[in-house]
Design a protein around this ligand. Sequence first.
Ligand SMILES: NC(=O)c1ccc[n+]([C@@H]2O[C@H](COP(=O)([O-])OP(=O)(O)OC[C@H]3O[C@@H](n4cnc5c(N)ncnc54)[C@H](OP(=O)(O)O)[C@@H]3O)[C@@H](O)[C@H]2O)c1
Length: 251
Amino acid sequence: MAGALPWKTAWVTGASTGIGRDIVLQLTAAGVKVAASARSPDKLAMLGEGVLTIPLDVTDAAACKAAFERIETELGPVELVVFGAGTYAPVAADKIDPTLFAHTMSTNYMGVVNCLAAVAPRMTARGAGQISWIASVAGFMGLPKAAAYGPTKAALINLAECLEPEMKLKGITISVINPGFVATPLTAQNDFEMPFLMQPDEAARRTIAGLAARRFEIAYPWRFVAILRALRALPYPLFFRLITRFVLKAK
Ligand SMILES: NC(=O)c1ccc[n+]([C@@H]2O[C@H](COP(=O)([O-])OP(=O)(O)OC[C@H]3O[C@@H](n4cnc5c(N)ncnc54)[C@H](OP(=O)(O)O)[C@@H]3O)[C@@H](O)[C@H]2O)c1
């Protein structure tokens, strides 16, 4: 990545594969000291020697707090955090499994809340820092098969909106990242053609550029984002007709 980035230190969760992994590699290549977390130590080890690897299950609030304390002991004050740990499984409307819904919510939403609880007291005490998390364009609206995943991402967007004004007054920047489809292990299970599919290195590049510009929302690719926003603005009868025709019956 060309040009100096505004951070000396960063913590990235969901760093073992996909978008998080590429964010770690690009930050490290630009000279940022990065701590990387996910559950799989073997995959984290493949990030290379320059990365501080901290295996972590983000559903464990106490472990998130301990992880951040260890990271700050080793790297010094962390200036940027990117919470990317996430999980997805498609759900048929007639197969609602509460265990899957709870697992998805505790990983995607409570995982961010647990990490936020770990970093916010220290950053606000310093009056400096940038806190971001990866939601999704799937949080803009309800979509077929996303009944377990979409609500967690809508909650993450709402959470960012709730916190931004107050955090700004405390010197903290909040950013929410809303990618469209990115080719990662998470989407490899999709059995449909994914419009505007992006590679994870490009998603990481756009994420880092948006974070460096301190944007509140970092959403890409813009054409897909624009289509979804237009769809969202339609009255429900038309919205559902289009979703049924172009999403449900498109296969
Ligand atoms: N790919 C897309 O199209 C897309 C679009 C919009 C948003 N997103 C979001 O982007 C983020 C990254 O997804 P990705 O596409 O890069 O998928 P991915 O390659 O499957 O990455 C998910 C990451 O989360 C980690 N993780 C999962 N559960 C965890 C837990 N309980 N504790 C700690 N780490 C955990 C995984 O590592 P371990 O298994 O080693 O723990 C992995 O590093 C997710 O939040 C996803 O919802 C993805």
